[in-house]
Design a binder for this molecule. Structure first.
Ligand code: XMP
Length: 329
């Protein structure tokens, strides 16, 4: 719309004014809409003085890394550095089943990988006498995040970046938050306006630790592949049924340590169950279990058990939040 064009142009102008010609910007992409829109706006403002970093932790859903690597880059022309760190994450997660432990490890490895990439980019950018002495960090902070943290979202975020090694002492970090005054709906409209891929603009919420917290039990490459297939089928059928906007999100959870007997094809199987967790919600603080149409559940169940040989049962979680959380871990 006309007003959305204005809002986009206004934000681009603001960023141009803030950054001027003072330095280089870095933005971490998560695969979600907020960081994608923030990056696209800054790219429009300062072009290739922005470098985006995408950490592939191996815990993404099917196709999501390609959406960032290929489609987002094609749509924005952004300068992207992809760090493939799957092995590092999976090695760190060996033998770990505890949910909090998983989150801690994934968060820790993420910061390590991101800061290394960041240091490499900035070391290149600031080398030489007339190098830039300001590094701008782009973040997709939304208005509700600002309010929730008492307006201090930025200040607390910047600290973790103060101890990046290998950089000049006089290099300053400054936050750039182009979405600070916006709500999610507005961000999605901006994403459309900026021509970003629909899969990114309309992606439902997905946790930072990714599929790592949707495998109940130890996280392995093999289990991730099984869950990725089941999840892709469930998402495809939800979309086909036209339910993406009605359902807040629908985690698919692999009960990797549970087995049950079944009959599939020619004989007895001893496979794993998955849980569908469709919920409706306004803000994820509370949620209601979604009454998915039976025929949609049936199609998902039939396809998953036919197409993913390791899975022989599909169950549905009918717990609201509270008492259950949306995710299982
Ligand atoms: P819960 O499971 O607490 O989830 O009801 C509420 C919402 O937050 C998402 N979620 C996360 N998002 N990092 C994130 O960025 C996380 O560690 C994380 N854990 C949960 C979840 O998908 C839901 O939308």
């Amino acid at each position: 719309t006309w007003t959305m064009v204005n809002i986009v142009e206004e934000q681009i102008d603001k960023i141009r004014t803030q950054i001027g010609d003072r330095g280089q910007a870095i933005c971490g992409l998560s695969g979600g809409v907020d960081s994608a829109v923030a990056a696209a706006i800054v790219q429009r403002a300062i072009g290739d003085r922005l470098t985006c970093v995408y950490v592939d932790h191996g815990l993404m859903r099917k196709g999501e890394t390609e959406q960032v690597e290929r489609d987002f880059v094609a749509a924005t022309g952004v300068d992207l550095k992809v760090v493939n760190a799957e092995k590092q994450f999976l090695d760190a997660l060996v033998g770990v089943s505890d949910p909090e432990e998983k989150r801690k490890i994934i968060g820790r490895e993420f910061i390590r990988v991101f800061e290394t990439a960041e240091a490499e980019i900035l070391a290149d950018a600031v080398s030489g006498d007339d190098g830039d002495k300001v590094a701008f960090l782009v973040q997709g902070t939304l208005y509700p995040d600002v309010v929730e943290s008492g307006g201090g979202a930025g200040a607390s975020n910047i600290k973790s970046h103060h101890n990046v090694g290998g950089l000049p002492d006089d290099l300053e970090f400054e936050l750039v938050e182009p979405l600070r005054t916006l709500f999610k709906d507005e961000v999605r409209l901006m994403g459309e306006q900026l021509g970003l891929p629909a899969e990114i603009v309309h992606r439902q919420p997905f946790p930072g630790p990714g599929l790592g917290i949707r495998i109940i039990g130890e996280v392995t490459r093999e289990r991730l592949d099984i869950l990725r297939e089941a999840d892709a089928i469930a998402r495809e059928e939800l979309t086909r049924a036209g339910l993406d906007r009605d359902i807040w999100q629908m985690p698919v959870v692999l009960l990797a340590d549970v087995r049950s007997v079944g009959v599939q094809g020619d004989g007895r199987t001893y496979g794993h169950p998955v849980v569908l967790r469709p919920v409706t919600s306004e803000d994820a603080m509370t949620a209601d279990w979604a009454r998915l149409p039976y025929d949609v559940m049936e199609r998902i169940s039939t396809r998953i058990t036919n197409e993913v040989s390791e899975i022989n049962r599909v169950t549905v979680d009918v717990t609201s939040k509270p008492p259950g959380t949306i995710e299982w871990e």
